[in-house]
Ligand binder design. Structure first.
Ligand code: GDP
Length: 832
């Protein structure tokens, strides 16, 4: 608080000095000379006196606020860099505080009360001169209002003002928005700028940023907050713009058979990149649109902390539900029989015999017609035979969940007995829970020994009835036809035991036995009807193929109009070739059939794509895990689906730990250009079974140099692939010992090392040989020769009973009496 003089104070108040002195005197302040100093206490005393004079004894606070204003122009550069001239009205306010009562001097805060006081004072203090002591009520009120909200800011500013301002009294400067600042205020601002520039800039930027925020931005609400809480609200803004990581909500994620990365991410409410990241960590490089198979999808879901659920969403297969309005009347149906057994035991012969002798017209003759099945009439009833002998076809169908066979005829040659494939067949039948009827074949042969076969089968837990078991044994000859009738009878007997029944009066259901593309007739499928009656003109859905039956043929090529349970028929009119083992249903709503077929096709394509992708990766992983695995990629084309499946399974079975057969594509029909391209791209070998390449494909085969092999016998194909795999096997390395050498003397030569004087006891020693040093028959070193000499000359080899000198690479601890075992490593090509 500075000191003032009477003159100055008079000037400030705009009063004559004399009058002031007089008033001071009355107030009890003795000041006679104009130059006398005037303290704040004196001023307060004067004020107190004046108040008393006017009967104003109770003052809430002993303060007087003195204000005067000054107009100024200042030049400023705004944020855009433009210079501006600002008119500044500087108002100086001085608050006088009385001190005599011992009250502490308040910090000159502008409050409404003192302002009011001031206002009242103003009306009474006209003695001091109305204008001179300009205290305006309205102004004061405004300031008071402002002050109320800016009290905090003001206080801070005052501290700065106190330092900066030279005015003796506590000066208060403040500004409004339209009258921004007093001089002091400007200074304050500059000062503030210096102090808080960075913070201000920062907050400005922050503000701009905030204003840029879009809808839903929580910071937008800050506009409604009082400026008092600006700094606070800024903190809040910072808080609100930062979204704290929320806890993972574990959900059940339904993963359909195929799903794209983007869809999967969407289901988990995460960004696709998150899913890609997880897959990358799993070693899969994927793109956002890539289709994942169900297994992969489920692993990803699990990895990301959710619960995977295998879903079959949107599957219109549910629509297949049959019309239950027709009450199914169950009737006995003929048995469906598959013939199994070891190679060359006579399966084909047996089937052929039955067909040629039993099939009604006998038109088929000896030619194995690839309808895949036929039925025979016997006095006791009808039997249907599946004409694809071999285990592969049976297993392939079973693998698809289709159970076509009721009874298995196990053919065992009486002269050969139980063989590996016989045992395999028993296992297959048992696994499928299908009863066996054993046909001991080639009974006409002189060396036939059915009793031995029986004994051997008992060992496999197939016990004949006369041994107390439940399996029927029939001795037959596929050559002479002996016992065939009995065999058929036994089969029918077994069928009776099984009580096979199916309705006839319902729309047909069945299974695809074979599918092929016929040049003239288009897609042709052999269907085994399992229940109901199939009629010409029915709309059929077979796997992912559908169509209206244009024509229906039996196994002899005769056109038929309808077929009942257990009947094999050839149907024409499907849009595509169905796969063997696929389910067949009659849907009399063509639109529905089309919809389901298309859905299945799409699903099949997606599943195939996803599986191919997974397979590729699986291969890579396998190779990585197993080191140097050689792979033989194959593409198989054949005339009928059954052969394809059989070839594919047999060839894949050739895989060993070191060499893998990888069937990358199988298909029915001629070798096409796309097959050749695929083979070329994947460096695969093309196997064509009973089919040939199309003209275009033939040219491509030549130009792309694709390896194509044509076969008509499965075993030939298998044998050749086996040989090819043998070529892929890395040759076996074998050691062969070629000589024994005795060390008789050792010369230690500095810088060169040990030279041994030796005698070749046995065989030969060559310069290129490897040696093993034996001391008391214990191997102490194994390595290469460094030199081999005879007298002083280097030689290539030394034969037995000759002496020689030699040194061994990186080994000098050779001693007299050591023996050298001389060996060479030979590579032997391996076979599977
Ligand atoms: P699959 O490989 O089991 O189909 O056997 P095949 O039907 O091709 O028959 C193999 C060989 O056994 C053929 O040379 C047939 O002639 C012969 N064979 C089949 N059944 C009999 C038979 O009952 N008696 C005699 N002697 N030979 C038979």
């Amino acid at each position: 608080m500075g000191q003032s003089t009477v003159t100055k104070f008079a000037e400030e108040l705009g009063l004559p000095v004399d009058l002031l002195i007089e008033q001071l005197k009355s107030a009890g302040v003795n000041k006679s000379v104009a130059e006398d100093s005037l303290s704040e206490i004196d001023k307060s005393a004067l004020l107190e006196y004046l108040r008393k004079e006017h009967g104003q004894t109770q003052v809430p606070k002993n303060k007087i606020t003195l204000t005067h204003k000054q107009n100024k122009e200042i030049k400023k550069t705004d944020s855009t860099g433009r210079a501006r001239t600002i008119q500044v009205e500087v108002r100086k306010k001085r608050v006088l505080v009385r001190r005599e009562d011992g009250q502490p001097v308040d910090t000159p805060i502008v409050e409404s009360k003192p302002v009011e006081t001031v206002a009242k004072t103003q009306s009474k203090t006209h003695v001091l001169g109305e204008d001179q002591l300009s205290i305006r009520e309205d102004e004061a009120k405004r300031h008071a209002a402002l002050a109320a909200v800016q009290a905090e800011d003001v206080r801070k500013k005052q501290e700065v003002v106190a330092k900066v301002n030279e005015a003796p009294a506590a000066k208060l400067s403040e500004g409004t928005l339209h009258r921004p600042a007093s001089k002091a205020g400007v200074k304050v601002e500059t000062k503030e700028k210096q102090v808080d520039k960075s913070e201000k800039d920062w907050s400005d930027r922050e503000f701009k940023k905030r204003t840029l925020k879009g809808r839903g931005d929580s910071s937008a609400s800050s506009g409604w907050r009082s400026p008092k809480s600006r700094s606070k609200s800024r903190e809040e803004n910072e808080e609100s713009t930062f979204v704290a990581p929320t806890e993972l909500i574990i959900r059940d994620i339904h993963v359909p058979e195929t799903i794209s990365v983007a869809d999967l991410a969407h289901k988990m409410s995460v960004k696709a990149t998150e899913v890609i990241k997880v897959l990358m960590n799993m070693g899969m490089m994927v793109t956002i649109n890539q289709i994942l198979d169900q297994d992969t999808g489920m692993i990803v879901v699990g990895e990301m902390g959710h619960t995977p659920v295998a879903a079959l969403d949107d599957d219109p297969d549910a629509l297949i539900e049959q019309d239950s309005s027709i009450e199914a009347i169950l009737e006995t149906r003929p048995p469906v029989v598959t013939v199994m057994g070891h190679v060359d035991h006579g399966k084909t012969s047996l089937l052929d015999y039955i067909r040629t002798t039993r099939v009604a017209s006998g038109e088929a003759g000896g030619i194995t017609q690839h309808i895949g099945a036929y039925h025979v009439e016997t006095p006791r009833g009808m039997v249907t035979f599946l004409d694809t002998p071999g285990h592969e076809a049976f297993t392939a169908m079973r693998a698809r969940g289709a159970k076509a066979t009721d009874i298995v005829i196990l053919v065992v040659a009486a002269d050969d007995g139980v063989m590996p494939q016989t045992i395999e067949a028993i296992h297959h039948a048992k696994a499928a829970n299908v009863p066996l009827v054993v046909a001991i074949n080639k009974i006409d042969k002189p060396d036939a020994s059915p009793e031995r076969v029986k004994m051997e089968l008992v060992a496999q837990e197939v016990v004949p009835e006369d041994f107390g078991g439940d399996t029927m044994f029939v001795e037959v000859s596929a050559k002479s036809g002996q016992g065939i009738d009995k065999l058929l009878e036994s089969v029918l007997l077994q069928a009776e035991v099984l009580e096979l029944k199916a309705p006839k009066n319902t729309p047909a259901k069945g299974i695809v036995i074979e599918g092929r593309l016929d040049k003239g007739r288009g897609p042709v499928a052999t269907v085994l009807i399992q229940s109901g009656t199939l009629k010409r003109g029915d709309t059929l859905l077979a796997g992912s193929a559908f169509g209206r039956i244009r024509a229906m043929l039996d196994e002899t090529g005769k056109e038929i109009k309808e077929a009942g349970p257990s009947m094999p028929v050839e149907v024409l009119g499907l849009a595509d070739v169905p796969n063997a083992g696929e389910e067949v249903v009659v849907l009399n709503d063509e639109r529905k059939a089309r919809e389901i077929a298309l859905f299945r096709q799409g699903k099949f394509r997606d599943v195939k794509l996803a599986k191919q992708q997974a397979a590729k990766l699986a291969n890579i992983f396998d190779q990585m895990a197993e080191g140097n695995v050689k792979v033989l990629p194959l593409i198989i084309k054949s005339d009928v689906q059954g052969s394809c499946e059989a070839l594919s399974t047999s060839l894949q079975k050739l895989s060993t730990d070191e060499v893998k057969v990888n069937v990358i594509h199988i298909g029915v029909g001629a070798v096409t250009e796309s097959d050749v391209n695929l083979a070329s791209a994947s460096k695969a070998i093309l196997i064509a079974f009973n089919v040939r390449a199309e003209a275009g494909a033939r040219k491509l085969i030549d130009s792309l140099e694709v390896d194509v092999h044509y076969y008509s016998i499965i075993y030939e194909a298998v044998d050749q692939v086996k040989a090819a795999l043998g070529g892929l096997l890395s040759p076996e390395q074998k050691e062969s010992i070629i000589g024994m050498v005795e060390i008789r003397e050792v010369f230690k030569i500095s810088k060169i090392g040990s030279i041994a004087g030796c005698y070749v006891q046995d065989g030969v020693i060559r310069r290129s040989s490897m040696v093993r040093i034996l001391r008391d028959n214990v191997v102490i070193h194994s390595g290469e020769l460094d030199s081999l000499k005879r007298f002083k000359d280097d030689v290539k080899e030394v034969k037995n009973n000759f002496e020689c000198g030699l040194s061994i690479k990186n080994f000098n601890e050779i001693e007299v009496g050591d023996m050298l075992e001389v060996f060479e490593v030979v590579e032997i090509a391996r076979k599977l």
